[in-house]
Design a protein around this ligand. Structure first.
Ligand SMILES: [Zn+2]
Length: 96
């Protein structure tokens, strides 16, 4: 079971398999990680918050959120989208 750093390739695979409708358990097996790790990571990058419509877009990808305090990867529905929903809502980002 892998517990190391998630590379962009790992995120891309997670997103692709999720878009294909695979379950968390199946995705975990493909990635060689625990289902809990997949669930946590998917939730952290906002994967499960996206609608089916957003997910089916041709430009869905992992991008770096430009949060000035702590840039981090998130699932972005398009190249124009460089800030995750959570940071958009946060006071820290609004004040920056
Ligand atoms: Zn963010």
């Amino acid at each position: 079971m892998r517990e190391d750093f998630w590379s962009k390739a790992d995120y891309d695979l997670l997103i692709r398999l999720y878009r294909e409708g695979m379950t968390t358990a199946d995705i975990a097996r493909e990635l060689g990680r625990s289902p809990a790790a997949v669930a946590t990571k998917g939730s952290r990058i906002g994967l499960y918050a996206l609608t089916r419509e957003e997910l089916s877009g041709p430009r869905v990808s992992v991008r770096d959120c430009i949060n000035p305090v702590g840039p981090h990867p998130f699932v972005s529905p398009g190249i124009h989208n460089r800030t995750c929903t959570e940071c958009k809502r946060s006071a820290i980002f609004q004040a920056a």
